[in-house]
Design a protein around this ligand. Structure first.
Ligand code: UD1
Length: 423
């Protein structure tokens, strides 16, 4: 178990460059097996989820190797179509491989995937999308057997715009003969990035970012070198870190176009944001103001992955903030720990009422999921005394060296029992 020790009270200042997005890299790693040629992912972050996904690809017979920040995926020797149970339980994104594996082998076997404990996260939308492409699916003792021998292009409608299901079905359709039209799809920027990657491989996909995606099937894809987009959630977290400490921080490589909802809330709290090119500077006020209401929604609404961080900010704002978590049903695991630090957060179902307090105090707390762990780190940056965050390795799923990033901006933070050698 890793532990982060943070002594609060330092204002963050300085510059930092945002790393590549986990949520762009993971589906792209899955898409890489749609060809037998090599793919090179440039500027690939050192994250534990990337490591798990690489391990799954290796188990399936791919060669995955790093050269500095470039990740090389060679799927030529891929022979497996059964998702390794133990690894798949570690990372929900393993489900992204279902579409690409079906495309290559016309069959696939998976167990229910894992990931952070933030809700039920069923995979019915993935399975329904694949069924609409003609995949026959049967479940036996928790194992899902997919038969893709009769897969064909056609229409796929999603009852809810799931990010992963949209990506999965998009990947399953690129090599099917004819046109596939996906409706009520998710519009997250990482889906646009996946479309760009697939098109660079030779696919014909359009419409990502809108409600409808059209895939014209091609007969073959080829390997490419690709640099995925920067991480809007990491950028938002670092801006929130500057905000809670009353600091001034400049971030480089920020996908600002995809961050309107987050930036607007930070402004509502009194922060001043200025941007130039791909850089943005945040000047925090002496005291943050509460926001009227924050509702998480699919993109372009406020991202659920930034809910915990904004809740942390609200604990120290003047006034009462209300948050409604609409995307996941169980995503307030951090609230109890923030209350241990002196916050005043009341949870009622999907709603959180946060009454701003004057001060937070250092305490021993536990990261329960990736973003909740980051939120505790933010609160600790402004708390009096030392905060100890247990299970800090969960933060490494989506943040590359968070403590290094915060320390470079002046935070007093260190990790014990470091374990950062991820693929
Ligand atoms: C992706 C992101 C994750 C983010 C989430 C929502 C990646 C790797 N992860 O996760 O960081 O928090 O989008 O923006 O990109 N659902 C079903 N059935 C399904 C699939 C999903 O009911 O088959 C539900 C989930 O339980 C959840 C909601 O739909 O309540 C949203 O899930 P989804 O959009 O699929 O998120 P992920 O792709 O898992």
């Amino acid at each position: 178990m890793d532990v982060l020790r943070i002594r609060g009270g330092r204002r963050l200042t300085g510059e930092w460059t945002v790393h590549t997005a986990k949520n762009a890299v993971l589906p792209i790693m899955a898409a890489a097996v749609l060809t037998a040629e090599k793919t090179f992912l440039e500027d690939c972050p050192f994250l534990s989820d990337v490591g798990y996904m690489a391990d799954i690809l290796r188990t399936l017979g791919c060669r995955v190797a790093r050269s500095g920040r470039t990740l090389e995926i060679d799927p030529q020797g891929m022979s497996g179509y059964e998702m390794p149970d133990g690894l798949a339980k570690k990372i929900r994104s393993s489900i992204f491989l279902l579409g690409p594996i079906l495309t290559r082998f016309h069959k696939a076997t998976v167990t229910f995937p894992g990931g952070c404990e933030i809700g039920l996260r069923p995979i019915d939308l993935h399975l329904s999308g694949l069924r609409q492409l003609g995949v026959e699916i049967r479940e036996e003792g928790g194992v899902i057997h997919c038969d893709g021998r009769h897969m064909c292009a056609g229409s796929v409608h999603f009852d809810y715009p799931s990010v992963g299901a949209t990506e999965n079905v998009m990947m399953a359709a690129v090599l099917l003969k004819g046109r596939t039209v996906l409706t009520n799809v998710a519009r997250e920027p990482e889906i646009v990035d996946l479309q760009q990657f697939l098109n660079r491989m030779g696919a014909k996909v359009r419409g990502a970012g809108s409600h409808t995606i059209v895939v014209e099937g091609v007969s073959k894809l080829h390997g490419v070198s690709y640099r995925p987009m920067p991480d809007r959630i990491v950028a938002g977290t670092m801006l929130a870190a500057a905000a809670i400490t009353g600091g001034t921080v400049r971030l480089e490589r920020v996908p600002l176009e995809d961050m309107h909802a987050v930036c607007s809330k930070l402004r509502e709290m009194g922060c001043v944001l200025t941007h130039q090119g791909e850089g943005v500077t945040l000047h925090a006020p002496e005291k943050l103001r509460a926001f009227a209401q924050l509702q998480t929604q699919p993109h372009p609404g406020f991202p659920t992955d930034m809910q915990a961080q904004l809740l942390a900010l609200a604990t120290l704002a003047s006034g009462t903030s209300v948050l409604v978590e609409n995307v996941f049903e169980n995503r307030y695991g951090h609230a109890g720990d923030l209350n241990r630090m002196g916050a005043d957060v009341l949870i009622n179902g999907r709603t959180a009422v946060v009454r701003g307090v004057k001060e937070l105090y250092g305490a021993q707390v536990t990261a329960r999921d990736l973003r909740g762990g980051a939120a505790l780190a933010l609160a600790a940056l402004r708390a009096n005394g030392e905060t100890v965050i247990e299970q800090a390795q969960l933060i490494d799923r989506g943040y590359e060296d968070l403590e290094g990033a915060l320390a470079s901006l002046g935070a007093e933070i260190r990790r014990e029992t470091t374990n950062s050698e991820y693929t």
